[in-house]
Design a protein around this ligand. Structure first.
Ligand code: KIV
Ligand code: ZN
Length: 405
């Protein structure tokens, strides 16, 4: 082997060893997210959000549940017509009329996907369907085969997979892959699983389902115990290559996996082992858009997109951040479309924060001036929740009329 070929072989091996795996992002804000009471969107609002999701770079948009209402049918159809880059997906139960409606609404799509499925847990089989495990497998296979008559890309969901026995779940998965399913969605519908349990479930399917290489394993986690993000990440570590999630984590009950949380975890915690193709600087704007259109405020302490996600208010933290942002921030706010971190002045703030904010509004204080200002400030802060720039400016102007720069 020549020296040149050896170098080439070595660099190929190196590249292979460090090959980053793409994680597909399946956004269901417009379907599972929109099921939240009071969050219903009209077709124009759905289109507006879908356009932003397309620019953002999501791989799949679940646009709605076409059989559920004429309005949703029209919205899915318009999204299928107007949004060309991502796969457009429509939900259906394992019922022929649902699947036909989804197929009809998705007809104009450049890349259509039908998402069909049925409950597989003992609970669902007994109390929802009054049926048997074998009958559920038959219905699942029939639904997938029927959907395949319309589109090539068929995703199957095993509802309540989180509480489904793994061995039975593997049999269901094997059967629907044989029928042509391209994606296997393993929902933790009730948000019941613990991360290691859910990760092991995905690993079990990866290792025991014949033909699994023909399909993509997908996570769809609900947040009833606050585990949705952790569960989705555990699934990725065990072989899932698609995450179903919503902006701001909205969705049934306690919501779905928050898109912004899984995406930033993938970006920051795996040393490049996995990646997504998203423009993360759009995250804050998308969060505000969805919150505004759905009339659903984002909690202040929400990870990544909440109002306080990059705000520092205690003296110890403020001093640390002013010295070096990384002391208390693991993400640069600009990465997610937030201008900068903020130092909030409260009764827990120290001198470093006061000097910092004073400088920001034009007062460069010497040490003795800072001591005087701090006494006045801390009394004011004890009387109100937060000392805003305007309060500070009035206070400093009274104390030091000539210090302003
Ligand atoms: O939570 C769930 O199981 C679902 C399915 C319909 C995919 O939303
Ligand atoms: Zn769901």
């Amino acid at each position: 082997m020549s020296c040149g070929s050896k170098v080439l072989l070595f660099s190929t091996l190196l590249t292979d060893a460090f090959m980053s795996e793409k994680i597909n992002i399946f956004d269901t804000t417009l379907r599972d997210g929109e099921q939240v009471p009071g969050c219903k969107l009209n077709a124009d609002q759905k289109i507006m959000i879908a356009r932003q999701l397309e620019t953002f770079g999501v791989d799949i948009i679940e646009a709605g549940f076409p059989i559920s209402s004429p309005g949703d049918f029209e919205a899915v159809k318009r999204i299928a017509q107007e949004i060309r880059e991502p796969i457009i997906c429509g939900l259906s139960r394992s019922v022929e009329k649902d699947i036909s409606a989804a197929a009809e609404a998705l007809k104009p799509a450049r890349r259509p996907r039908i998402h069909t499925g049925i409950g597989t847990s003992e609970m669902h089989i007994k109390y929802k369907f009054n049926s048997t495990q074998e009958d559920i497998i038959e219905r699942a296979v029939r639904a997938v085969a029927f959907a395949k008559k319309y589109v090539e890309d068929v995703e199957f969901f095993a509802e309540d997979a989180g509480r489904t026995d793994n061995e039975y779940l593997a049999r269901v998965c094997e059967a629907v892959i044989k029928a042509g399913a391209t994606v296997l969605n393993i929902p933790d519908t009730t948000g019941y699983c613990l991360p290691d349990e859910y990760g092991q479930k995905i690993a079990y399917l990866r290792d025991n389902v014949k033909g699994i290489h023909k399909a993509t394993l997908s996570t769809h986690c609900h947040n009833d115990l606050g585990m949705a993000t952790a569960n989705s990440i555990a699934a990725v570590q065990n072989g899932a290559r698609q995450i179903e999630c919503t902006i701001n984590g909205i969705g049934e009950r306690a919501g779905n996996t928050a898109l912004e949380e899984v995406v930033m975890t993938i970006k920051h915690r795996f040393g490049g082992l996995y990646h997504t193709d998203l423009d993360c600087t759009m995250l804050k704007g998308l969060s505000e858009l969805v919150s505004d259109k759905m009339g659903m405020p984002v909690q202040a302490n929400k990870a990544i997109t909440g109002h306080n996600a990059f705000a520092h208010s205690s003296g110890i933290h403020q001093d640390g951040v002013i010295k070096n942002r990384s002391n208390y921030e693991i993400i640069d706010p600009r990465e997610v479309g937030v201008d900068k971190s903020v130092i909030v002045l409260t009764a827990r703030s120290g001198r470093a924060a006061l000097a910092y904010r004073a400088k920001e509004i034009g007062f460069n204080l010497y040490k003795d001036e800072l001591d005087i200002a701090y006494d006045r400030f801390i009394n004011l802060a004890d009387r109100q929740k937060e000392v805003h720039d305007q309060d500070l400016s009035v206070m400093l102007t009274q104390l030091f009329p000539k210090v302003a720069i």
